[in-house]
Design a protein around this ligand. Structure first.
Ligand SMILES: [Zn+2]
Length: 351
Protein backbone atom coordinates (compact mmCIF):
# COMPACT_ATOMS: atom_id res chain seq x y z
CA UNK A 1 0.00 0.00 0.00
CA UNK A 2 2.82 2.32 0.89
CA UNK A 3 4.67 1.54 -2.29
CA UNK A 4 1.58 2.29 -4.32
CA UNK A 5 0.99 5.60 -2.59
CA UNK A 6 4.57 6.60 -3.15
CA UNK A 7 4.37 5.69 -6.80
CA UNK A 8 1.05 7.48 -7.26
CA UNK A 9 2.32 10.62 -5.56
CA UNK A 10 5.47 10.51 -7.58
CA UNK A 11 3.60 10.08 -10.83
CA UNK A 12 1.26 12.95 -10.00
CA UNK A 13 4.24 15.15 -9.38
CA UNK A 14 6.19 13.91 -12.35
CA UNK A 15 3.23 14.89 -14.51
CA UNK A 16 3.44 18.52 -13.39
CA UNK A 17 5.79 20.76 -15.35
CA UNK A 18 7.29 22.10 -12.15
CA UNK A 19 8.64 18.68 -11.32
CA UNK A 20 9.80 17.66 -14.75
CA UNK A 21 13.48 18.03 -13.99
CA UNK A 22 13.54 16.21 -10.68
CA UNK A 23 15.17 12.85 -10.44
CA UNK A 24 12.87 10.16 -9.03
CA UNK A 25 14.99 9.72 -5.92
CA UNK A 26 14.78 13.31 -4.77
CA UNK A 27 15.18 12.63 -1.05
CA UNK A 28 12.09 12.82 1.04
CA UNK A 29 9.97 14.30 -1.69
CA UNK A 30 8.13 11.12 -2.56
CA UNK A 31 6.93 10.99 1.00
CA UNK A 32 6.31 14.66 1.59
CA UNK A 33 3.08 16.51 1.11
CA UNK A 34 2.80 18.82 -1.87
CA UNK A 35 2.19 21.67 0.57
CA UNK A 36 5.70 21.24 1.93
CA UNK A 37 7.35 22.14 -1.33
CA UNK A 38 7.34 25.86 -0.66
CA UNK A 39 8.93 25.44 2.77
CA UNK A 40 11.41 23.04 1.24
CA UNK A 41 12.32 25.61 -1.39
CA UNK A 42 12.69 28.25 1.32
CA UNK A 43 15.02 25.98 3.31
CA UNK A 44 17.20 25.25 0.31
CA UNK A 45 17.29 28.94 -0.65
CA UNK A 46 18.53 29.87 2.83
CA UNK A 47 21.26 27.23 2.83
CA UNK A 48 22.30 28.16 -0.70
CA UNK A 49 22.50 31.84 0.27
CA UNK A 50 24.84 31.17 3.17
CA UNK A 51 27.07 28.87 1.14
CA UNK A 52 27.32 31.49 -1.62
CA UNK A 53 28.20 34.22 0.86
CA UNK A 54 31.17 32.16 2.00
CA UNK A 55 32.21 31.34 -1.56
CA UNK A 56 32.03 35.03 -2.46
CA UNK A 57 34.65 35.69 0.21
CA UNK A 58 36.85 33.16 -1.64
CA UNK A 59 36.57 30.79 1.28
CA UNK A 60 35.55 27.15 1.33
CA UNK A 61 32.17 26.51 3.01
CA UNK A 62 31.67 23.30 4.96
CA UNK A 63 28.43 21.41 5.48
CA UNK A 64 29.06 19.43 8.65
CA UNK A 65 27.08 16.21 8.20
CA UNK A 66 27.88 14.45 11.47
CA UNK A 67 26.96 16.19 14.71
CA UNK A 68 24.92 15.23 17.75
CA UNK A 69 22.62 17.77 19.36
CA UNK A 70 21.68 17.41 23.01
CA UNK A 71 19.08 19.89 24.23
CA UNK A 72 20.25 21.77 27.31
CA UNK A 73 23.86 20.79 26.72
CA UNK A 74 24.61 22.05 23.22
CA UNK A 75 25.37 25.76 23.41
CA UNK A 76 23.66 27.00 20.28
CA UNK A 77 24.82 30.61 20.59
CA UNK A 78 28.41 29.43 20.90
CA UNK A 79 28.01 27.05 17.95
CA UNK A 80 26.60 29.77 15.72
CA UNK A 81 29.59 31.98 16.56
CA UNK A 82 31.90 29.10 15.74
CA UNK A 83 30.11 28.42 12.45
CA UNK A 84 30.40 32.06 11.41
CA UNK A 85 34.05 32.23 12.34
CA UNK A 86 35.02 28.87 10.82
CA UNK A 87 32.84 29.26 7.71
CA UNK A 88 30.78 26.21 8.45
CA UNK A 89 27.69 26.88 6.35
CA UNK A 90 25.39 24.33 7.97
CA UNK A 91 25.38 21.62 10.58
CA UNK A 92 23.14 18.57 10.27
CA UNK A 93 22.33 18.28 13.96
CA UNK A 94 20.86 14.89 14.91
CA UNK A 95 19.13 15.08 18.29
CA UNK A 96 20.12 12.49 20.91
CA UNK A 97 18.44 11.72 24.24
CA UNK A 98 15.12 12.85 22.83
CA UNK A 99 11.78 11.13 22.41
CA UNK A 100 11.45 12.28 18.80
CA UNK A 101 13.43 14.18 16.16
CA UNK A 102 11.27 17.29 16.62
CA UNK A 103 14.16 19.31 18.11
CA UNK A 104 15.88 19.21 14.73
CA UNK A 105 12.86 20.88 13.13
CA UNK A 106 12.73 23.45 15.92
CA UNK A 107 16.41 24.31 15.43
CA UNK A 108 15.86 24.76 11.72
CA UNK A 109 12.80 26.93 12.32
CA UNK A 110 14.74 29.16 14.69
CA UNK A 111 17.96 29.35 12.65
CA UNK A 112 16.87 28.33 9.17
CA UNK A 113 20.15 29.04 7.39
CA UNK A 114 22.30 27.18 9.92
CA UNK A 115 20.75 23.83 10.70
CA UNK A 116 19.56 20.97 8.53
CA UNK A 117 16.71 18.83 9.89
CA UNK A 118 18.18 15.43 10.71
CA UNK A 119 16.42 12.53 12.41
CA UNK A 120 17.45 11.25 15.84
CA UNK A 121 20.99 10.07 16.31
CA UNK A 122 21.05 6.38 17.24
CA UNK A 123 23.58 6.94 19.99
CA UNK A 124 21.50 6.64 23.13
CA UNK A 125 19.53 3.94 24.96
CA UNK A 126 16.28 4.34 23.00
CA UNK A 127 18.23 3.16 19.93
CA UNK A 128 20.18 0.25 21.32
CA UNK A 129 17.44 -1.01 23.66
CA UNK A 130 14.91 -1.30 20.84
CA UNK A 131 16.28 -0.35 17.42
CA UNK A 132 13.18 -1.65 15.61
CA UNK A 133 10.85 0.64 17.58
CA UNK A 134 13.32 3.50 17.09
CA UNK A 135 13.27 3.03 13.32
CA UNK A 136 9.49 2.70 13.22
CA UNK A 137 9.38 6.15 14.81
CA UNK A 138 11.86 7.55 12.28
CA UNK A 139 9.82 6.06 9.44
CA UNK A 140 6.73 7.91 10.68
CA UNK A 141 8.68 11.15 10.98
CA UNK A 142 10.13 10.89 7.49
CA UNK A 143 6.65 10.69 5.98
CA UNK A 144 6.30 14.42 6.74
CA UNK A 145 8.99 15.15 4.15
CA UNK A 146 10.62 17.60 6.56
CA UNK A 147 13.89 15.74 7.12
CA UNK A 148 16.95 15.69 4.88
CA UNK A 149 19.22 13.14 6.56
CA UNK A 150 19.03 10.30 9.06
CA UNK A 151 21.36 10.56 12.07
CA UNK A 152 24.18 8.26 13.08
CA UNK A 153 23.19 4.70 13.95
CA UNK A 154 25.57 2.64 16.05
CA UNK A 155 25.76 -1.01 15.05
CA UNK A 156 29.21 -1.64 16.45
CA UNK A 157 30.54 1.02 18.77
CA UNK A 158 33.43 1.02 21.21
CA UNK A 159 33.28 3.41 24.16
CA UNK A 160 34.33 6.87 22.99
CA UNK A 161 37.54 8.45 24.36
CA UNK A 162 35.58 10.66 26.77
CA UNK A 163 33.59 7.65 28.00
CA UNK A 164 36.79 5.70 28.57
CA UNK A 165 38.16 8.65 30.52
CA UNK A 166 35.01 8.63 32.65
CA UNK A 167 35.22 4.88 33.21
CA UNK A 168 31.98 4.24 31.30
CA UNK A 169 31.57 1.20 29.11
CA UNK A 170 27.83 1.43 28.54
CA UNK A 171 28.25 2.34 24.90
CA UNK A 172 29.99 -0.87 23.92
CA UNK A 173 27.31 -1.64 21.37
CA UNK A 174 26.74 -4.59 19.09
CA UNK A 175 23.66 -4.80 16.86
CA UNK A 176 23.96 -7.17 13.88
CA UNK A 177 23.99 -5.09 10.70
CA UNK A 178 22.45 -7.92 8.70
CA UNK A 179 19.76 -8.53 11.35
CA UNK A 180 16.26 -7.04 11.58
CA UNK A 181 17.43 -3.54 12.60
CA UNK A 182 19.89 -3.34 9.71
CA UNK A 183 17.21 -4.59 7.32
CA UNK A 184 14.78 -1.95 8.56
CA UNK A 185 17.33 0.86 8.21
CA UNK A 186 18.57 -0.05 4.73
CA UNK A 187 14.97 -0.52 3.57
CA UNK A 188 14.00 2.86 5.03
CA UNK A 189 16.76 4.50 3.00
CA UNK A 190 15.63 2.72 -0.16
CA UNK A 191 11.99 3.68 0.43
CA UNK A 192 12.63 7.36 1.18
CA UNK A 193 15.78 8.13 -0.79
CA UNK A 194 17.27 9.59 2.39
CA UNK A 195 20.83 8.91 3.47
CA UNK A 196 21.61 7.41 6.87
CA UNK A 197 24.81 7.58 8.89
CA UNK A 198 26.41 4.41 10.15
CA UNK A 199 28.81 3.97 13.04
CA UNK A 200 30.48 0.63 12.49
CA UNK A 201 33.86 -0.06 14.04
CA UNK A 202 36.34 -1.49 11.62
CA UNK A 203 36.76 -5.22 12.23
CA UNK A 204 37.46 -7.94 9.65
CA UNK A 205 34.68 -10.12 11.06
CA UNK A 206 32.09 -7.35 10.56
CA UNK A 207 32.84 -6.61 6.92
CA UNK A 208 30.93 -9.53 5.33
CA UNK A 209 27.65 -8.36 6.92
CA UNK A 210 28.18 -4.86 5.55
CA UNK A 211 28.92 -6.15 2.07
CA UNK A 212 25.86 -8.40 2.23
CA UNK A 213 23.63 -5.45 3.07
CA UNK A 214 25.15 -3.18 0.43
CA UNK A 215 24.53 -5.89 -2.17
CA UNK A 216 21.01 -6.61 -0.90
CA UNK A 217 19.96 -2.93 -0.86
CA UNK A 218 21.67 -1.34 -3.86
CA UNK A 219 19.48 1.77 -3.69
CA UNK A 220 20.15 2.45 -0.01
CA UNK A 221 22.47 5.38 0.60
CA UNK A 222 24.67 5.67 3.62
CA UNK A 223 27.60 7.51 5.10
CA UNK A 224 29.94 5.20 6.95
CA UNK A 225 31.29 7.61 9.56
CA UNK A 226 34.94 8.01 10.58
CA UNK A 227 36.96 6.85 7.55
CA UNK A 228 39.90 4.67 8.53
CA UNK A 229 39.40 5.13 12.28
CA UNK A 230 40.89 1.79 13.29
CA UNK A 231 40.93 1.28 17.04
CA UNK A 232 42.21 -2.29 17.14
CA UNK A 233 44.49 -2.79 14.13
CA UNK A 234 44.88 -6.50 14.83
CA UNK A 235 41.13 -6.87 14.25
CA UNK A 236 41.18 -4.99 10.96
CA UNK A 237 43.93 -6.39 8.78
CA UNK A 238 41.80 -6.48 5.62
CA UNK A 239 40.73 -2.82 5.81
CA UNK A 240 43.13 -0.98 3.51
CA UNK A 241 42.81 1.96 1.09
CA UNK A 242 42.51 -0.59 -1.73
CA UNK A 243 39.74 -2.42 0.09
CA UNK A 244 37.79 0.83 0.53
CA UNK A 245 38.34 1.78 -3.11
CA UNK A 246 36.95 -1.64 -4.07
CA UNK A 247 33.88 -1.09 -1.90
CA UNK A 248 33.26 2.30 -3.51
CA UNK A 249 33.50 0.80 -6.96
CA UNK A 250 31.16 -2.06 -6.16
CA UNK A 251 28.56 -0.17 -4.15
CA UNK A 252 27.28 3.15 -5.48
CA UNK A 253 25.29 4.08 -2.36
CA UNK A 254 28.28 3.96 -0.02
CA UNK A 255 29.86 7.20 1.21
CA UNK A 256 32.32 8.03 3.97
CA UNK A 257 32.78 10.95 6.30
CA UNK A 258 36.05 12.38 7.55
CA UNK A 259 35.23 12.87 11.24
CA UNK A 260 38.36 11.39 12.75
CA UNK A 261 40.73 12.23 15.60
CA UNK A 262 43.99 14.11 15.12
CA UNK A 263 46.96 12.19 13.69
CA UNK A 264 48.65 11.72 17.06
CA UNK A 265 45.53 10.56 18.90
CA UNK A 266 45.88 7.28 20.78
CA UNK A 267 42.78 5.26 21.66
CA UNK A 268 43.55 4.41 25.27
CA UNK A 269 41.91 0.96 25.56
CA UNK A 270 44.05 -0.41 22.74
CA UNK A 271 47.02 1.92 23.04
CA UNK A 272 46.92 2.40 19.26
CA UNK A 273 46.86 5.45 17.04
CA UNK A 274 43.39 5.25 15.59
CA UNK A 275 43.48 7.92 12.86
CA UNK A 276 45.03 5.73 10.18
CA UNK A 277 43.96 8.15 7.44
CA UNK A 278 47.11 10.01 8.44
CA UNK A 279 50.74 8.96 8.43
CA UNK A 280 53.63 11.10 9.64
CA UNK A 281 51.16 13.77 10.68
CA UNK A 282 49.60 14.23 7.24
CA UNK A 283 47.05 12.71 4.92
CA UNK A 284 48.44 9.35 3.87
CA UNK A 285 49.20 9.33 0.13
CA UNK A 286 47.32 6.08 -0.47
CA UNK A 287 44.18 7.48 1.16
CA UNK A 288 44.57 10.75 -0.69
CA UNK A 289 44.62 8.77 -3.95
CA UNK A 290 41.36 7.01 -3.03
CA UNK A 291 39.66 10.31 -2.21
CA UNK A 292 40.91 11.89 -5.43
CA UNK A 293 39.71 8.92 -7.42
CA UNK A 294 36.23 9.07 -5.83
CA UNK A 295 35.83 12.67 -4.66
CA UNK A 296 32.04 12.37 -4.86
CA UNK A 297 31.99 9.79 -2.03
CA UNK A 298 33.70 11.55 0.90
CA UNK A 299 32.19 14.24 3.14
CA UNK A 300 33.51 16.72 5.67
CA UNK A 301 32.21 16.24 9.22
CA UNK A 302 33.11 17.15 12.78
CA UNK A 303 31.57 14.46 15.02
CA UNK A 304 30.45 17.30 17.30
CA UNK A 305 28.92 16.23 20.61
CA UNK A 306 28.53 18.36 23.75
CA UNK A 307 31.42 16.90 25.82
CA UNK A 308 33.88 18.00 23.10
CA UNK A 309 32.15 21.26 22.17
CA UNK A 310 35.28 23.29 22.95
CA UNK A 311 37.22 21.22 20.40
CA UNK A 312 34.93 22.16 17.52
CA UNK A 313 37.29 24.83 16.27
CA UNK A 314 40.31 22.49 16.32
CA UNK A 315 38.34 19.72 14.63
CA UNK A 316 37.21 21.94 11.77
CA UNK A 317 40.60 23.62 11.33
CA UNK A 318 42.34 20.24 11.31
CA UNK A 319 39.96 18.97 8.65
CA UNK A 320 40.71 22.02 6.55
CA UNK A 321 44.48 21.99 6.87
CA UNK A 322 45.17 18.25 6.84
CA UNK A 323 42.53 17.10 4.34
CA UNK A 324 40.65 19.76 2.36
CA UNK A 325 43.67 21.99 1.71
CA UNK A 326 45.70 19.16 0.20
CA UNK A 327 42.99 17.97 -2.20
CA UNK A 328 42.63 19.26 -5.73
CA UNK A 329 40.43 22.32 -6.13
CA UNK A 330 37.36 20.48 -7.53
CA UNK A 331 37.64 17.63 -5.01
CA UNK A 332 37.91 20.04 -2.10
CA UNK A 333 34.64 21.71 -3.07
CA UNK A 334 32.89 18.37 -3.47
CA UNK A 335 34.08 17.01 -0.12
CA UNK A 336 33.50 20.22 1.86
CA UNK A 337 29.89 20.84 0.80
CA UNK A 338 29.06 19.71 -2.75
CA UNK A 339 28.51 16.05 -1.92
CA UNK A 340 26.45 16.91 1.15
CA UNK A 341 24.34 19.25 -0.95
CA UNK A 342 23.69 16.52 -3.49
CA UNK A 343 22.94 13.79 -0.96
CA UNK A 344 20.69 15.93 1.23
CA UNK A 345 18.77 17.83 -1.44
CA UNK A 346 18.95 15.51 -4.43
CA UNK A 347 20.24 18.39 -6.54
CA UNK A 348 23.70 18.93 -7.89
CA UNK A 349 25.28 22.05 -6.37
CA UNK A 350 25.43 24.89 -8.83
CA UNK A 351 27.15 28.14 -7.96
ZN1 LIG B 1 30.41 7.83 15.40
Amino acid sequence: MHAMNIRRRWMLRAAGAAFGSLSPWWPGLAWGQAGDLSSREASLAGWRRRIRQILERKRLPIIDVEATYVAGRTNIAYMIDQMNELEVAQIAFAPANAATSQQALDLHREYPEYFIPTSNSGEFPRWWNDPIAFLAGVRRELTTGQYYLMGEHEFRHYPSPEQVAAGQTVRDITIPLDGPAGEALFRLSEDTGLVFQLHYEIEDRLLPALETMLARYPKARLIWCHTAMVRYPQRASSYTPDYVRGLLERFGGLHFDLAIPDPAHVYKPSGERDSTLFSNGRLDGRWQAVIERHPDRFLAASDYRPPVEQQYRDNILRQRTLILDVLSEPSRHQVAYGNAWRLLTGERWTA
